[in-house]
Ligand binder design. Structure first.
Ligand code: GDP
Length: 525
């Protein structure tokens, strides 16, 4: 690679910010996504999309945004320019779509924005996603949303972060006026107060006014309290943020576009750019190395006639050119990328090229599965595959027609291989009745649909009354098997999982047998 190409590549990588929003349903992720795009001046009027009644899923919102605004969106990522930066915002499906895919998205980002509802603070789905961020070493910026409505106090929210998840908040802004009585924000770095003039329905960027501390005194006790509280708080420090020990904290109201420009500025200034990614042996692959990418999500069409698969990859190093033939590391086979086009956005330059941090959708990608690496054929590399996450839903799966057990087994193996669902087995249950384990029940629907339509084996699923899995060891198996309502099964990756109905059952077993190893799994465990 010539020096100038390498230099350009580094410059392109350096201006990318690739992140996802982690939140619990209803915290305001869709609203924030639109507000961010609005602030990036891509969308002139958010109301056109947001105001409609009978909201569709985020995916369809995003597709509609693509059609009406001509910005580059795949069903997995939204890309927009912000000053000199190129921002890639990856979707983390929630609500009924919550599944292992939601966690896998976090393998493809450099940073996460944790979005909290001011009235609710840390909620279960946020905590699960946060666990994955911590496990992967992803730095987290926290945005407290809905400050226009009554909620917890800013100090209570800080306390939750510090004491419940051991994350030290380093607020960059601090609210003047409590939740529901919002006067403005103290910008801790400049010492100024920022006030906002709300745009009706958040359709425009809220006009901001900066007041010097002297001017802000007019806000009386609200300003004094903000100043007193802010004096007690920690300052931002890059190294601790990047190490996942602290979180820059911001306050706002996405629906009124308040605090959103601060968030974008913080992403641009503080969030890490794409950096060297370690391969499976731990050797870092620099961003300026030849092309490599990680597949983090594969979407199978539910349409029987078209066995279409869309694979979403994150470029990790080098430059991706549509039409190039790259190598699929898992099989060593060539993979033609000429079909990157269909879902690759519509602007010419995004259509043909992608740089580290960018997301590309590949259609006709039935050979690819989450965790796979694609690389330049001259410069092989293989990144670590996807981990399995803590399942919370379990179901026994049986073929309706026992005469089709061969098709059934082949289908189960294939779904396990693709990571559609986790498969748990035990001698007791046998091959004809494996247990499917999932992060979200949607995974069962996808598995059942594919077993019937792709593999020709309709199945019956019977939900099991477990909600908690712990990793255990073979020497503990007998003790656990003797327990009522506890079952030990083996996962495809060799992990031995003990299943419990709930945390009370778990703790009663643990209390009676303190020597048992019952280790939480990543996320939700
Ligand atoms: P998601 O489920 O996280 O994508 O949440 P949505 O973006 O759909 O928002 C959930 C609800 O919260 C909607 O009714 C939004 O209008 C509302 N909402 C979002 N942001 C704010 C905010 O800053 N203030 C208030 N009061 N409501 C908000």
């Amino acid at each position: 690679m010539s020096g100038s190409t390498g230099g350009q590549l580094l410059a392109e990588a350096k201006r990318r910010r690739t992140f996802a929003v982690i939140s619990h349903p209803d915290a305001g992720k869709s609203t924030l996504t639109e507000a961010l795009a609005l602030h990036a001046r891509v969308i002139a009027e958010a109301g056109a999309v947001h105001g409609k009644a009978g909201r569709k899923s985020v995916v369809s919102d995003w597709m509609e945004m693509e059609q009406t605004r001509g910005i580059s969106i795949t069903s997995a990522a939204l890309q927009f320019a912000y000053y000199d930066y190129v921002v890639n915002l990856l979707d983390t499906p929630g609500h009924a779509d919550f599944s292992e895919d939601t966690y896998r998205v976090l393998a493809a980002v450099d940073c996460a924005v944790m979005l909290l509802d001011a009235a609710k603070g840390l909620e279960p789905q946020t905590l699960k996603l946060f666990d994955v961020c911590r496990y992967r070493g992803i730095p987290v910026i926290t945005f407290i949303n809905k400050w226009d409505r009554p909620g917890l106090t800013a100090l209570e929210l800080c306390d939750q972060l510090e004491n419940r998840i051991g994350l030290q908040p380093t607020p960059l802004t601090w609210p003047v006026g409590e939740a529901g009585h919002f006067r403005g924000l103290l910008d801790r770095r400049s010492g100024d107060m920022v006030t906002f003039e709300r745009a009706p329905g958040g359709a425009r960027i809220a006009a901001e006014r900066r007041l010097t501390p002297d001017e802000a005194r007019g806000y009386g006790a609200d300003w004094d309290t903000a100043m007193e509280e802010a004096a007690l708080l920690d300052e931002h420090d890059d190294a601790s943020f990047l190490a996942g020990k602290t979180t820059p904290l911001l306050f706002g109201a996405a629906v009124a576009n308040i605090g959103v420009s601060h968030l974008l500025n913080v992403l641009a200034e503080l969030a890490p750019a794409p950096a060297a990614r370690p391969d499976k042996t731990g050797t870092p692959r620099p961003v300026e190395a030849p092309f490599s990418a990680l597949v983090f999500k594969v979407q199978a069409g539910m349409d029987k006639a078209h066995r279409d698969r869309v694979a979403f990859m994150r470029v990790c190093s080098g430059r991706f050119e549509r039409g190039s033939v790259v190598t699929h590391a898992a099989t060593g086979r060539p993979f033609a990328t000429k079909y990157a086009q269909a879902i690759f956005g519509r602007e010419r330059d995004t259509l043909d090229l992608a740089y580290p941090g960018d997301i590309v959708g590949l259609v006709n990608a039935s050979a690819l599965r989450p965790g796979d690496t694609l690389h330049d054929k001259q410069a092989p590399v293989e990144f670590a595959g996807m981990p399995s996450f803590a399942p919370e839903h379990f179901a026994v799966c049986r073929a309706v027609d026992t005469g089709r057990s061969k098709q059934f087994r082949r289908g189960i193996e294939q779904l396990e291989h693709e990571g559609v669902v986790q498969i748990l087995r035990s001698d007791l249950r046998g091959d004809a009745a494996p247990v499917l384990a999932a992060v979200g029940p949607l995974q069962f629907d996808v598995a059942a649909h594919r077993l019937e339509h792709e593999f020709g084996s309709a199945v019956r699923l019977e939900r099991l009354p477990y909600s908690l899995a712990r990793r255990t060891r073979s020497e503990d198996r007998d003790t656990l098997d003797a327990e009522h309502d506890v079952e030990v099964l083996e996962r495809g990756d060799g992990a031995l999982l003990a299943l419990f109905s709930d945390k009370w059952r778990l703790s009663s077993v643990q209390r009676r047998h303190p020597d048992l190893l019952l280790e939480p799994l990543v996320a939700g465990g």
